[in-house]
Design a protein around this ligand. Sequence first.
Ligand code: DC
Length: 217
Amino acid sequence: MRISVAIDGPAGAGKSTIAKLVAKEFDLMYINTGAMYRAVALVARDNNIDDTNIEGLCSLIDTLDMRFENDDLILNDVNIQEQITMPEISAIVSKYASIQEVRTKLVKLQRDMSSKFDVIMDGRDIGTVVLKDSKFKFFLTATPEARAERRYKELNNRGLDVNYSTILEDIIKRDYTDSNRQIDPLRKADDAIEIDTTGLSISEVTEKICLNIKSNI
Ligand code: DC
């Protein structure tokens, strides 16, 4: 039987860092579903397709071949990981991620991946929608300030000229949009284990998750 692990939570809760480590431990494919929504936002922006043009967006998504290689998103054979994590894309992605038709198409791609491979997926609706039958569901949280601090360090380390207050503002805005949208809002699945990562190290959180998986596998 295929193993699938769901990790949800708000922006900056540490989902991707931790999911990658858990993936190594259990030899799972890491699928960053936020990256898939970001890819749609990037290509839509570059092709001047705005979020009101649903037909244009759907046709666009049908031309996209997405796969993950070494944790990076490869879009039509090009590694776009660097571009999709730029602040300009973070600022527009929620608009595209709140469109039902976009979500339906991406959820289908995500489920196809989970039927072919043992996966760990992170996102907002993995435990509630994409992998709702998964045995392993985790919901990571942390205060907005702790999350903004992590994002700030990450972008700063990449040499980007970023401002902590702007990042905090963006995180609070995105929390609101992601949690209050009509379709598949960010929420903890009833059967997910919640972990508050504020003040915990990456290895402490990873260990909690790995122990839980090992004892229920
Ligand atoms: O995890 P992230 O910050 O890279 O996600 C980018 C955006 O995509 C974020 O605004 C929430 C949205 N998203 C979503 O709606 N559903 C998912 N499964 C993953 C991300």
